[in-house]
Design a protein around this ligand. Structure first.
Ligand code: SF4
Ligand code: SF4
Length: 366
């Protein structure tokens, strides 16, 4: 069962220096792993210079964070984490990473790459990354699919537990129902609560480790106190914030230390933020698809989050290609009729396209 269990007591993870407080830990589902109450999310460090990224990871470790989550697709995030954790006894860390590979051969190559970059000989949790459509589900779970690759790596001692991440609740439920996984990672914050009704209760029933990605709404929610206080109400869920600046994890650790039950005022504040943001908030569920013009709607609607968290320069050609597709929108509004959140998609596509182009111009990115 999940639940807070003990504190980090060693000197390398969880410094007892003045100003640092040891972070609580919890048991991560039926993996039995003892993980910090907050994980370190490895997306934003990919756009930092290496020394800054290493310093951020080290600061988080001093605060008692022992759970680090990244992906082989996050540029050089794994390498930077590998440098930061070099010299720390491996048993003191819980490392999670993921791969978008669909087939067994490719994921085995990715696992070997992750081991090399993270400078370790095993990964605690290897996740199938973004299993959010039936096509993806069928590919990764097929004979000689990526799941079989992870299981071979488990038998070889390179991986301890298989997990997955997903943005769509139908697919997440389907993955859970296979009964083959130990961890699930899904978007969850006080705006995006799709997982609350069915997927999280099912995951808990199955004693899964549960990771909440986008605790700050992918960088779109500013009120860290409310975001983490909300998530920490549930002692079976590990928030996984992407950390970009020194001091951010310290602030979150302080929030975690002081978090109590949500007050009436907290609930009112959350309602207000929810009302203000709901008309622009894309949940990446892709129910609006298929678009007859093949526009990657949910990608384009993430522009603000991409700008806030990713390495835009490195992603500009791929994201730029998706943004350019917006010009093909005919305004047929088929997508709008399918969106459960009633978003005005054609209007939002144009707004996000403008934001993207202005950002590239301002930062002289071609
Ligand atoms: S309105 Fe535009 S984005 Fe929506 S389905 Fe039609 S062409 Fe695609
Ligand atoms: S636009 Fe609507 S339907 Fe499409 S991904 Fe976003 S929230 Fe889902």
């Amino acid at each position: 069962m999940t639940g807070e269990s003990h504190f980090a007591l060693d000197n390398r993870i969880g410094s007892k220096k003045k100003g640092y407080h040891l972070m609580k830990r919890m048991i991560f589902g039926r993996t039995g792993l003892s993980v910090s109450r907050i994980a370190f999310g490895g997306i934003p460090i990919m756009r930092l210079p290496t020394p800054d990224a290493v310093a951020l990871v080290k600061e988080s470790l001093r605060l008692g964070v022992n759970f680090i989550d990244t992906a082989n697709g996050y540029a050089d995030s794994e390498e930077k984490i590998g440098l930061a954790i070099d010299g720390i006894p491996r048993r003191e860390l819980v490392l999670a990473t993921k791969s978008m590979a669909n087939d067994k051969k490719t994921i085995l190559e990715h696992i070997d790459n992750s081991l090399r970059k993270l400078k370790t000989d095993y990964i605690d949790i290897y996740q199938l990354h973004n299993v959010s459509s039936d096509e993806k589900f069928n590919a990764v779970m097929a004979e000689d699919g990526a799941y079989e690759g992870i299981m071979l790596a488990v038998r070889q001692g390179k991986v301890r537990f298989a997990g997955f991440s997903s943005h769509t609740m139908d697919c997440a439920r389907k993955m859970l129902q296979t009964g083959k996984f130990y961890s699930i990672q899904l978007p969850y914050n006080f705006i995006d609560r799709q997982a609350e009704s069915e997927v999280i209760p099912l995951a808990k029933k199955m004693k899964m480790g549960i990771i909440a990605m986008k605790p700050l709404g992918g960088g779109l929610l500013d009120n860290a106190r409310l975001c983490f206080k909300f998530l920490l109400q549930d002692d079976g869920i590990v928030p996984d914030p992407g950390i970009e600046k020194l001091g951010e994890m310290k602030e979150i650790a302080e929030i975690a230390r002081k978090a109590g039950p949500l007050t009436k005022r907290d609930l009112e504040e959350m309602d207000k933020i929810r009302n203000d943001t709901a008309k622009n908030w894309c949940h990446r569920c892709d129910y609006c698809q298929p678009c007859p013009q093949n526009i990657g709607i949910s990608i384009v609607l993430q522009v603000n989050s991409i700008i806030k968290r990713m390495n835009v320069e490195k992603m500009s050609s791929w994201v730029g290609g998706q943004i350019a597709m917006v010009d093909k929108c005919t305004g047929c509004r088929k997508c709008v009729s399918r969106c459960p959140y009633n978003l005005d998609i054609p209007k939002l596509l144009k707004e996000n396209q403008l934001t993207w182009n202005e950002y590239l111009e301002k930062h002289k990115i071609s």
